[in-house]
Ligand binder design. Structure first.
Ligand SMILES: [Zn+2]
Length: 289
């Protein structure tokens, strides 16, 4: 939906992604981090003030996603802890965020990466599954890839936030892009996405298009999947990568037309839009403030 650069007064890498909260009315509540329970499962350390069973299906899904991401993208896993601060309700979450990060926009969940920690902040609510799958995906990716381009970071998080068994199909994105295409309001342009450096530049359409490119590449067979995997390998090895737009254009003739055909095919599979989940992201570089 919208992304922001958040000034933090210390050397800090941030990668924050989030969901708009409904309305601005915030109840005042406890404003400290949840700390009564600390559940350690593989790479995740889940902090909460309520009991969360270790074998809760959401926890199981989040931990298994680590290996799925590793396998699909052909990247290693890390053992760096991802701290998930899971607030018991929205009021508690908002009260903490207002106190600890008043400069952050109003959102439903955040991923924050600093030099020495990977933190997810979210609250237990109706969308907690989507939120955690999305933000924890950022955590898994950032624990092994230091410098992920913003379009790819968000495209992958949007893909992997979808529940298991749905092949990464994001109904709202399909609906939104298809409508824009019919209105001649959008054409795919990976080079434009790739040129976005500042997360504040990404809008909801950019999130949707980033997701679509990721879905297209991961669904197109070994050759297109390899393009994405090669990009990840370069990023891990060098911290930078060659242009993905150029690689895709060279390997897939008429790639934009094929992307649109892919979208049309997905639209046939996705009969109705799911409830929309606008998201935003923050990514900024070290020492910029
Ligand atoms: Zn995100």
């Amino acid at each position: 939906m919208r992304s922001y650069i958040v000034p933090i007064g210390v050397r800090l890498l941030l990668a924050i992604c989030c969901t708009l909260v409904g309305g601005c009315a915030m109840q005042k509540g406890r404003n400290t981090l949840p700390a009564k329970q600390q559940l350690v499962v593989d790479q995740l350390v889940v902090h909460s003030d309520f009991h969360l069973p270790k074998n809760h299906r959401l926890i199981r899904e989040l931990t298994s996603r680590r290996n799925e991401i590793s396998k699909i993208l052909d990247i290693p896993t890390s053992d760096e802890s991802i701290h998930v601060f899971l607030f018991d309700d929205e009021a508690h979450f908002q009260a903490f965020m207002e106190r600890a990060h008043p400069e952050f926009p109003g959102r439903r969940a955040f991923f924050v990466k600093s030099d020495n920690s990977l933190n997810v902040y979210a609250y237990w609510g109706p969308r907690v599954g989507d939120d955690l799958r999305h933000e924890v995906t950022h955590g898994y990716l950032h624990s092994v890839i230091p410098n992920l381009p913003i379009w790819l970071d968000e495209g992958l998080a949007e893909y992997f936030e979808i529940k298991r068994g749905k092949q990464g199909l994001n109904g709202p994105h399909i609906y939104s892009l298809s409508n824009r295409l019919r209105r001649s309001d959008w054409r795919p342009d990976l080079a434009r996405l790739e040129a976005l450096r500042d997360a504040a530049e990404l809008n909801q359409q950019d999130y949707a298009e980033s997701w679509l490119w990721v879905h297209f590449l991961l669904s197109g067979g070994e050759k297109t999947q390899k393009l994405l995997q090669n990009q990840m390998k370069q990023l891990i090895r060098l911290g930078v990568a060659d242009s993905m737009a150029k690689a895709v254009a060279e390997s897939i003739p008429d790639c934009e037309a094929k992307l649109i055909a892919h979208l049309e095919q997905l639209e046939g599979k996705s009969s109705q839009p799911n409830s929309s989940r606008p998201v935003g992201a923050i990514e900024n570089s070290e020492g910029a403030f």
